[in-house]
Design a protein around this ligand. Structure first.
Ligand SMILES: NC(=O)c1ccc[n+]([C@@H]2O[C@H](COP(=O)([O-])OP(=O)(O)OC[C@H]3O[C@@H](n4cnc5c(N)ncnc54)[C@H](OP(=O)(O)O)[C@@H]3O)[C@@H](O)[C@H]2O)c1
Length: 250
């Protein structure tokens, strides 16, 4: 029998993170769940234990404002001080119209999706490097593949994070640890609740994306699209010349 997986989820209340944690629970994993809503985290932890998790501990923290240096060692204690997979799932879409008028709103998107996420990635990478094992799985976005007028601020944070993860994957490769960027397309979650017509063919459910997130920790490429068809779609979108792209309303 293999040892139970030790899994840390940063932003555990994200719909995609919940669906992924349920897959780990069914395998009998040990989980630490970090997020902002204490009551919802306790409910999730109980649900995961009921689904087969060997343990599931909830830790309440605002991950955009808490220093990873201070919190990461404490998050690993319930896992015995070591970890097999760390998921970085938290993020905000933000209101681009507001952010264009009010830079404090823009700063909040940047702080959450890039500044703090990058610091968590660096802190986790140091742990994986010391362990010479383990995976960091970061949720990026296809929005980071090309800037467009409807979501370029959010997209830029995901693009920056993507380059960071790519560099960490390179750094960790020599010790046998991994960093992976998973780029979902449109996923029907609370983040996209406000979007009309969100059940078309390009939309996925968190449950459809979760197996890709689960598998990403164990092997495969370091940049993974979820679902897979976003890779050719985004290759096409990146290839559209600017004069044509600028006539679109994307
Ligand atoms: N949905 C999509 O179409 C889509 C597509 C591509 C990528 N993504 C990315 O996928 C990831 C997961 O999002 P989702 O779609 O699953 O949406 P979601 O269910 O709305 O999850 C986002 C989570 O981030 C948490 N969060 C935000 N700021 C935080 C902070 N400072 N500290 C702790 N937690 C914080 C939120 O917690 P609260 O409940 O406390 O606000 C929420 O649980 C995000 O990184 C998102 O950018 C989403």
């Amino acid at each position: 029998m293999t040892n139970p997986r030790r899994v840390l989820v940063l932003g555990a209340l994200s719909a995609m993170a919940v669906a992924t944690a349920r897959l780990y629970a069914a395998e009998g994993a040990r989980l630490v769940l970090a997020g902002r809503d204490a009551a919802a985290l306790e409910t999730l932890a109980a649900d995961l234990r009921a689904r087969g998790a060997l343990s599931a501990e909830a830790v309440t923290a605002d991950l955009a404002t808490t220093s990873p240096d201070a919190l990461l060692p404490a998050l690993l204690v319930p896992l015995g001080g070591a970890v097999d997979a760390v998921y970085l799932a938290y993020g905000v879409l933000g209101d681009l119209g507001l952010a264009e008028r009010d830079l404090t709103v823009a700063a909040q998107v940047i702080d959450t999706n890039y500044r703090s996420a990058a610091l968590w990635c660096l802190a986790v990478a140091a742990v994986l490097e010391r362990q010479r094992a383990g995976s960091l799985v970061v949720i990026g976005s296809v929005a980071g593949d090309r800037g467009r007028k409807s979501n370029y601020l959010y997209g830029s944070t995901k693009a920056g994070l993507g380059v960071l993860v790519q560099g960490l994957a390179h750094r960790l490769a020599k010790v046998g640890a991994r960093a992976v960027l998973v780029k979902p397309g449109f996923v029907d979650t609370p983040m996209t609740e406000h979007i009309k017509g969100r059940r078309g063919p390009l939309w996925a459910t968190p449950e459809q994306v979760a197996p890709t997130l689960r598998k990403a920790a164990d092997g495969g490429g370091t940049v993974v699209y979820a679902p897979w068809f976003w890779r050719p779609v985004m290759a096409l979108i990146r290839a559209v010349p600017s004069p044509i792209f600028h006539r679109t309303n994307l």
